[in-house]
Design a binder for this molecule. Structure first.
Ligand SMILES: [Zn+2]
Ligand SMILES: [Zn+2]
Length: 338
């Protein structure tokens, strides 16, 4: 089969490689499309990881069942499925507590294990979710990143929340926006520094799009909310200034969710955190419940996939990574199609 092979962390080559072996408990998937994640880009640009080279990346993918190992029940050739790529240990304290996203021995299909930047992938049957007929395979690559947005919001949202600021209008920011509006948050501002992303945020229903290089993000957020501080913020950018702003524009008792990775240390105004009883919370991946919900969000059109996805042939995957590294603003979610 053909695959995009990471020869080294920043050298991807498209070419022929052996087809994956179908071990017991596994299903062979013909990949329909696999998204490039921010984490893929971080590793490509040199972030330390336990991902082997050579290896096949790609953890946001869906496809069609091609073959099943003899002991697999519940799947048959032709079934349309999406891959939940986290491999949990199942026995650590977090796993036992039902918080498998925090597993202490977690592995990633498309990270430690071969992933979806290939024509075929062999996946444990327990990592597959069937997708409904109303969800096109070409949109299903968004299920995995959307599950992260669903997890972030559903853990921290409450019905009385009316106002929100999302820092960063990349794929996560724009999906958080759509989930927030669906949950009934009335006023949602989105900040970014790329004009086209801000336009898309408005198209998807943002109350206010804030260009944080051209205007004062805090003043603009307050203005959107009638001069008042907001109930909820999410940092989906991962830089010092957005993290600080995510705290600075909260009302007393407000909640800030930190979703984006980013190694830069960030000084925090703890006088404000204490005095305003702010809640600060990190958010990491998703549980299987969030994953199933993300499928429903997409299948019912609560989240639009069409406007976020740009399809690129897998054979041009190396160029796509180079382009994204040089100009991350241009495309929201690149999906590589074998
Ligand atoms: Zn990812
Ligand atoms: Zn575990």
């Amino acid at each position: 089969m053909n695959a995009l092979i990471a020869v080294s962390h920043d050298n991807l080559e498209y070419g022929e490689t052996g087809e994956p072996k179908l071990e017991l408990g596994h299903v062979l998937i013909r990949v329909a499309g696999c998204g490039i994640c921010g984490t893929d880009m971080h590793v490509y640009k040199g972030m330390a990881s336990t991902w082997p080279t050579p290896g096949i990346r790609g953890h946001e993918f869906a496809g069609t069942v091609q073959a099943c190992a003899e002991d697999v029940e519940g799947f048959a050739p032709g079934d349309r499925v999406v891959v939940q790529p986290l491999l949990f240990c199942g026995v650590c304290r977090s796993c036992v507590a039902g918080r498998r996203n925090l597993c202490s021995d977690i592995n990633l299909i498309g990270g430690e294990k071969p992933g979806g930047f290939a024509e075929y992938a062999a996946i444990p049957a327990s990592n597959l979710f069937r997708i409904p007929d109303t969800l096109p395979l070409s949109h299903a690559a968004l299920v995995e990143p959307l599950a992260t947005a669903v997890h972030a919001l559903e853990r921290n949202w409450s019905p009385e929340m009316e106002s929100m600021v999302i820092f960063g209008a990349g794929a996560q920011g724009l999906m958080l926006l759509q989930v927030a509006l669906f949950l009934g948050i009335k006023r949602v501002a989105v900040t970014d520094v790329v004009e086209s992303r801000l336009e898309l945020a408005l198209e998807l229903g943002a109350t206010r799009a804030i260009h944080s290089m051209k205007e004062d993000a805090l003043a603009a957020a307050l203005e959107m909310n009638g001069g008042a501080e907001v109930d909820l913020t999410v940092d989906a950018a991962g830089i010092t200034s957005t993290r600080q702003q995510a705290l600075a524009c909260l009302r007393p008792g407000g909640t800030a969710i930190f979703l984006a990775l980013g190694a830069a240390p960030t000084p925090v105004d703890f006088m404000g955190v204490v005095g305003k009883e702010l809640k600060l919370t990190g958010t990491q991946c998703y549980t299987e419940r969030d994953f199933a919900k993300a499928i429903q969000y997409l299948a019912h059109g609560c989240v639009s996939a069409e406007k976020l996805i740009s399809e690129v042939p897998l054979s041009e995957g190396a160029q796509a990574f180079r382009r994204l590294a040089a100009d991350p603003g241009r495309m929201i979610k690149v999906v590589l199609v074998p």
